[in-house]
Structures are given as C-alpha cells and as structure tokens.
Design a protein around this ligand. Structure first.
Ligand code: KIV
Ligand code: NA
Length: 270
C-alpha cells in the first residue's frame, strides 16, 4: 500500500471530502493514518507541544524533526509539512531553499504556506520547480502581530474581497488544494464552490470540500483555550489526569508495584 499523492487529494474535488488532522509525532501519526487522507505537520506544534504563545517562534529544525517523526508513522495518508514563519516570506528563492529542505529531509509530499495574492509568485515558483503547495488563506496565524487578533475573517466587504482574491490567486499559482481558516460560512462556501481544487476548512463551515482540526484540540489534550469551531471527540486530558492521580496514590500507599510487576518477587510469608 502506498500513500495518497497530492494528485489523489486534488482528484477528491467534487467526489468526496478530504479528511485531515494534524500530527506531530510517530505514535499519533500511526493512530490517525488509517482514517485520514491528509496528515498535516502544522506549525501549531509550537503552541500545542512547546507552549509558545504564537506560531512565530517555530523553526525549520523543529518542522524537520517532527516531519520526520510523522513520516515514520504514515503509511497511507498524504503528509504535508508547514513552512514556519520567516522561512518563505523573503523571496521565492528563500522559500524554495527551505521548502526543498522540508521535502528532502523529511520525505513529505508537499508543503503548506500561509498567504494569498502576496504569496502567489512564491507558490508558482515552488510548484514550477517540483514542490507541491497547499495554500492557506482566511485567518493566517503567522500574521497575528500584523492583524492584532485571531478573530474570524470575512466580516467586512473589504475582507470578503481580499479572501476571494486570495483564493483565486493561490489556485492560479498552482496550489493543489488550500486551507480556509476562521472564515464566515457564506464566503467559505462561495469560494469552495468556485474553486477547481479542494478547500480544506478549519472554522470555515461545512461548505468547504474537506475539514482539518488540530488533533490535540479534538482529542481534548490541549485545553489552554477551545475555539468555537473545535468539537471535542474525546477528553484525553481528563483520562490522563485520572491515571496520574491513581498512580501517585498507589506509589504513596505502596500498592504499586505489585508482585506481578516485580522481577524475582519475594513471596509473602504466611
Ligand atoms: O498549524 C496548523 O495546525 C494548521 C492547521 C490548523 C490548518 O495550519
Ligand atoms: Na499552521
């Protein structure tokens, strides 16, 4: 069995939803891989795994390390790795150099970068040189300092115009699909209907062709905040808490380890 290619993902347009989740580690990638079409090694790992306040401090080295980890766990899903902040915005050449490192050092199927019209030349430059690109428009977390918040987009006529133009720009530039994040339903739906390639929504309604969530959010592992668009499919956080509480109590009362966890256990005298 081989992994789904970006051609397979693009061909899902109009046929079936693209099911996607983030993954950052081998064991989680192994668990998700049989069920999803696309595994995204998102730079959200900066906030979810490393406790950074935004995604901006994430480095190429981190994305490569986690990209390699996810590739070791992925047999079926297409794997896309995020380009971190400041690794692609300078010039198309800089973007190519770093995207090529992500591709060759992890073995992933393509890269994702944030940006619409302003990144179109860069997307084209990468695609023309053999690097598949997943676009990302609407709410763009790497722009949080310029924009000032993570508020949803598409609330003003100017924003609607900008997002619509961004969608056309990334498609024209050759993106095989694109993420629409934090965008009001009517605009996400309209963009999806007009797009020849799949749109993958996060906080962008059922009008998108596919969906993505941060795994740790939907599993209840990351609970610093819960955005409106997240559905908790499990509460792993409280499962972990309960397990650790029990372990701590059993160690303190010396009921763990029991004889069955002990090498050459001394038989109790009677
Ligand atoms: O970094 C990330 O996890 C993402 C997805 C949420 C789209 O970019
Ligand atoms: Na991201």
């Amino acid at each position: 069995q081989r992994r789904l290619s970006i051609t397979d993902i693009r061909a899902m347009k109009g046929k079936q939803p693209v099911v996607s989740l983030t993954a950052y580690t081998t064991p989680i990638a192994k668990l998700l891989d049989p069920h999803v079409d696309l595994l995204l090694v998102g730079d959200s790992l900066g906030m979810v795994l490393y406790g950074f306040e935004s995604t901006l401090p994430v480095t190429m080295d981190l994305m490569i390390a986690h990209g390699r980890a996810v590739m070791r766990g992925a047999k079926r899903a297409c794997v896309i790795v995020d380009m971190p902040f400041a690794s692609y915005q300078e010039t198309p050449e800089q973007a190519f150099r770093n995207a090529a490192r992500l591709m060759s050092e992890t073995g992933c199927d393509g890269v994702k970068l944030e940006g619409g019209s302003e990144m179109a030349d860069t997307i084209r430059f990468l695609v023309d040189r053999g690097i598949p690109v997943l676009g990302h428009i609407g709410l763009m977390p790497q722009l949080v300092n310029a924009f000032g918040s993570y508020r949803s987009r598409g609330r003003t006529d100017a924003e609607v115009r900008k997002i619509t133009q961004d969608a056309e720009a990334v498609v024209d530039a050759g993106a095989f699909a694109f993420v629409i994040e934090g965008t009001l339903e009517p605009i996400a739906r309209q963009i999806s209907e007009a797009s020849p390639v799949p749109t993958i929504g996060i906080g962008a309604s059922a009008g998108c062709d596919g969906q993505v969530l941060v795994s740790d959010d939907m599993l209840g592992l990351f609970s610093d905040f819960k955005p409106k668009f997240v559905k908790r499919y499990a509460e792993l956080g409280s499962i972990v808490e309960n397990a650790v509480e029990t372990y701590a109590r059993e160690v303190r009362e010396r009921s763990f380890p029991a004889p069955e966890h002990t090498f050459g256990a001394v038989k109790p005298k009677n």
